[in-house]
Write a protein that binds this ligand. Structure first.
Ligand code: NAD
Length: 390
């Protein structure tokens, strides 16, 4: 179980390129990286708008001199320092990934890059050679594959608990682009332009998550051939797609179907993975993220729960909350810590007006819990009698 204890020799000095105030994914990087103290955010070229990026970075606690106007300035500034960044995360639109990664590696900085990694396999191969020659790491943020139940699926497949894999059925869809792109956000505009998104829209945007996940769960299987049927239901997005179905044949004869779509109208986001073997199946869906359905042919269906001791060691090693709590509880704790920090800050500044409307679990909330307990005990000790709440 992960409990925040340090597992590396020292915290990494970390910088961000992109992921600024208006960026969609930047906060996911920061909450992921900063949670255990493994990374310390010390520098950034957060935004195309240099002034906004500087203002944002200093609000995050990065010193002004280390909030850079461009990624080139970040590389120059950080490599000139004794305490320069060890690693940067790249959370910029797709078309910039390759050039920024290359520049960072050439400067001796490890890289964590967003998906889809680059535009071509040739670029990936070139970067792999560069990283190897510099002895540097490149990581990719396929966020869902850190889930303990994904590791559980992989471990069960590896143990042969499903038998020979026959069918893979995966879905990642949402409906947020069901309408046209009039008034599209900055992030939607670059996603539907081949020059900035690359050769795909939803396949790269969400389909790559599924494909990597299938590789994590089924590392022994190799795709032999595939068929991709894609379409832009909103014509202005062509030649890129807002919907696609991919069929795949694996080297063991297994078949796969992958559905990705951003025009699944009314759908807030659905991920579903089903792996079917000759003996049994596993199914996970983000509508019940703590549960893994394990169905053995001819036996009652079982629901495996995240964090329970009967899971594989690989899965338990990734758990952060224990089975009693949902993983989302970590986000809730962060909010509570933030609210209390804001209250302390207001108290320090003497801002009683702020405090009069600010809501957080305060002393009164604690007191009411104690009062409720006193009433419960009074009732219980009276032989489970009704008592007036006092
Ligand atoms: P966005 O358009 O919302 O934000 C991009 C950010 O990068 C903005 O802050 C922008 O000012 C900044 N930026 C752009 N060019 C820059 C440059 N040259 N130097 C410095 N900053 C620059 O985009 P987004 O939705 O956050 O997506 C960013 C990347 O993250 C994309 O590759 C996308 O595919 C990926 N993404 C991944 C996930 C995931 O789950 N892993 C989720 C969303 C997005």
């Amino acid at each position: 179980m992960i409990n925040g204890e340090r597992t590396i020799q020292r915290p990494l000095r970390w910088g961000m390129i992109g992921g600024g105030r208006t960026g969609q994914v930047g906060y996911k990087h920061r909450t992921g990286a900063l949670r255990d103290g493994t990374y310390q955010l010390v520098a950034g070229a957060f935004d195309l708008d240099a002034e906004r990026g500087r203002d944002f970075g200093t609000n995050l606690g990065v010193s002004g001199e280390r909030c850079y106007a461009t990624y080139q300035a970040l590389i120059a500034g950080e490599t000139a320092r004794e305490d320069g960044v060890d690693v940067v995360s790249i959370a910029t639109p797709n078309f910039t990934h390759y050039e920024i990664t290359k520049a960072c590696l050439e400067a001796g900085i490890h890289v964590i890059c967003e998906k889809p990694l680059f535009f071509t396999v040739a670029e990936c191969d070139e970067i792999a050679a560069l990283a190897a020659s510099k002895n540097l790491i490149v990581g990719v943020t396929y966020g869902y594959t850190g889930h303990p139940l994904v590791r559980q699926m992989a471990a069960m497949v590896a143990k042969g608990m499903l038998g020979e894999i026959r069918i893979v059925d995966m879905q990642y869809t949402h409906g947020f682009n069901a309408g046209d792109d009039t008034d599209a956000s900055e992030a939607q505009v670059w996603r539907t332009n081949p020059a900035t998104a690359g050769a795909t829209f939803v396949l790269g945007d969400i389909g790559t998550h599924l494909y990597y996940l299938s590789e994590v769960v089924l590392p022994e299987l190799k795709v032999e051939k595939l068929l991709c049927d894609r379409k832009a239901f909103i014509p202005s997005r062509a030649p890129l797609e807002d919907h696609a179905t991919v069929l795949m044949h694996y080297d063991n004869g297994a078949r796969a179907r992958i559905w990705v779509s951003s025009v699944n109208a009314g759908n807030m986001g659905s991920q579903r993975y089903r792996f079917v073997g000759a003996k049994a199946s596993l199914e996970w869906s983000d509508s019940h993220p703590d549960q893994l359905i394990y169905e053995v042919q001819g036996e009652p269906c079982r629901i495996l729960h995240r964090g329970m001791a009967y899971l594989e060691e690989d899965s338990l090693a990734l758990d952060r909350m224990g089975a009693l709590h949902t993983e989302g509880l970590g986000d809730s704790w962060s909010n509570i810590y933030l609210w209390i920090a804001e209250a302390i800050d207001a108290k320090m500044r003497g801002d009683e007006a702020f405090l009069s409307t600010h809501r957080y679990p305060d002393l009164k909330a604690g007191t009411e819990g104690v009062r409720w307990l006193e009433n419960c005990v009074r009732s219980a000790e009276a032989g489970a009698a009704w008592v007036d709440f006092a």
